[in-house]
Design a protein around this ligand. Structure first.
Ligand code: SF4
Length: 185
């Protein structure tokens, strides 16, 4: 599948009920050759309006963390497990995630990142292990088929509980260190 095909499929998609409440399909943003893919849960109100992921308050917090740790825009691509906004920002259902995951897998195949950072429980369960809770597994590296995975808190959780900020910073710092070390060994 090419990027064009993927984007067309997403824009026309009605695989799940989220299609009927959306303003825009939120596919992703960032470098399509990035070594790091950052995966969130789903679009919020601002993301739905603008058609871009992580552009609201949670996105600003994420951008601030990435910038302060020295990530450049070529280092990452950001996408969500579901591409359409769940009403009132509710958590997407397992069925909605399952229906939408082929698009995220296609993005992964096109980008071939070395590292996937999962923000929050929905992304962590979808990408690493269904039994995982982000509060228990955050900051730990997992390796699957040559790709490294790390879970950390979703920035929206940091807006509700400031004490989690330091943990997300610590986790993203580990990702930056790994990125700077390279992947040849
Ligand atoms: S959330 Fe995903 S599966 Fe559901 S309609 Fe949107 S693009 Fe399709």
């Amino acid at each position: 599948m090419t990027w064009e095909q993927l984007e067309r499929s997403c824009l026309e998609c009605k695989r799940c009920g989220l299609a009927y409440g959306r303003t825009n399909v939120v596919i992703g943003r960032g470098s399509k050759t990035a070594p790091v893919m950052i995966v969130g849960e789903g679009p919020g109100q601002k993301e739905d309006e603008m058609g871009l992921p992580f552009v609201g308050m949670a996105g600003e917090l994420l951008n601030l963390a990435l910038e302060s740790l020295g990530f450049s825009e070529k280092d990452y691509y950001i996408a969500n497990v579901v591409k359409c906004r769940p009403e009132n920002n509710r958590t997407p259902t397992d069925e909605e995630c399952e229906k939408c995951l082929p698009y995220l897998r296609a993005q992964f195949t096109l980008i071939r990142p070395k590292i996937i950072v999962c923000l929050g429980n929905v992304a962590t369960k979808a990408m690493i292990d269904k039994s995982f809770q982000v509060s228990k597994v955050r900051g730990i590296w997992y390796s699957k088929k040559g790709t490294l995975f790390m879970a950390t808190y979703h920035p929206a959780a940091l807006l509700r509980d400031e004490s989690k900020k330091i943990h997300m910073w610590e986790d993203l710092r580990k990702v930056k260190i790994r990125l700077d070390e390279g992947f040849d060994t």
